[in-house]
Design a protein around this ligand. Sequence first.
Ligand code: F3S
Length: 391
Amino acid sequence: MILTAQEKEMLSGKEGRAVQKSMEILTALGGIFGAEKLVPVNSVQIAGVSYHNLGDAGLEFLEDLAKDGKVRIRTMLNPAGMDLENWKNTGIPADFAEKQTKVIDAFRKLGVTISCTCTPYLIGYNPKIGEHISWSESSAVCFSNSVLGARTNKEGGPSALAAAITGRTPLYGLHLDANRAPKITVDVQAKVKGQHEYGALALAIGKQTKDRIPYIRGIKHASLEELKSFSASFPTYSGASMFHMEGITPDRVSVPTEEIVITQEDVEDAIKFLNDECEVDFVSIGCPHCSMAEMERIASLLNGREVSKETWITTSRQMKGEADKKGWTKTIESSGAKIVCDTCLAVAPLKGRFKAIATNSAKGCYYGRGSNGFKTRFMSLEECIEEATKA
Ligand code: F3S
C-alpha cells in the first residue's frame, strides 16, 4: 500500500503504541483486500460492544489500547449488553454488569462517545453523500450506504476502532464506485406497508440476490422507519451491505439487464418463514432502535393499557430523553412496558430467559432464533402491542 509520510510515522510507532497497532490492523486489512492506499474517514461506529460478544479477551484488548490510545474523529458505539443506567430493571446479572461497565470505561478512556445505538443517523450522525466513514453495525452500514449515500464497508470492531484512532480506513470495497454498482435488477410487484412488511420484502429480495447488490424498483414511497427496517433485514438475509432503491439511493448507476421479480407471494412466504407455532413470553420492539415517530406511536397504542408479558422498547438514550420530554416515556412505562436504552435483544444476555419472542423486526427474528434460541412471531407494530397486552 502507498502510505503518506504521516502514515509511515504512525506505523513506525512515532505516535504511540495504540496508533502503531491500529495502523498494523489497517495495513494488514488493506493488503488482504488489495487497497492501494488509506482514505480519511469522518466518523466511526464501533460494533462488538457487548461483553457477551467480547469476553475477557476483548476487554483486555480494549484496556490495552486505552493505555495510550485516543480516537481522533467522531466515534460512537453500537448497542452494549445492557441498559447502562437501568440494567437491574431488565434482569441483567451483576457480574455481567460489572464486566460491561469495564468495557464502556475503556471506550470512554479512548475518547469514544458513549452513545450505544444502531441508529446513529437518528441522533445527529448524518454522513453526507460520498462521505467516507467507517461503521460496523450491519443495518447502520446498509442505511448509510443505501439511503444516505455515504461510503463504508461493514467493519469489524477492531478495524473500526483502528480507523477511529488513526482517522483512516483502507480504500477498497464499498468506498469505490466500481464496487457499488448494482448487479441485478429487482422489480417489486408486491405492495408493502409498515416496517414488518418492508423487513419481509428485504428478506425475500436478499434470499434471491445473495451477495449481489440489487437495483430495486417498484417502491413508490418508503418512510424513514420502513427504510430503517429494510436496511436491517436486507444485509441479514443477503451477503451485501448495500442496495440501490430507485428514487431513494443517491448514487448514479446503470440499471443491470438481469432482472428478477418479487411478488406478493414471495413477501407472504417470507412472513410465514419468520412465524413459528409458539406461545410468546417476550415482546421486543425497536430493532433497529426506535425513532421518535415509533416512540409516539407506541405511547399512543399503550395509553391506558397494561402489558401482560415482558415487553421491551429498545431505543437510544437520546431518543428516550426526547420521549421523556413529550410525556411518552411515562405513558409507556405506566403500561408496564420497559424502555430499554443502550442495548437490544441480540446483544443482551437473554438466552434461556424467554422461549418465544414477538417482534416487528425481521432482523430481530434472525438473532432471536440464532443467538438466543427463541421461537419467533413476526408481526406489525400494532399486533406486537396487542400481543403484549393480551390477557
Ligand atoms: Fe440494532 Fe440490535 Fe437490531 S444492534 S439492528 S437492535 S439486532
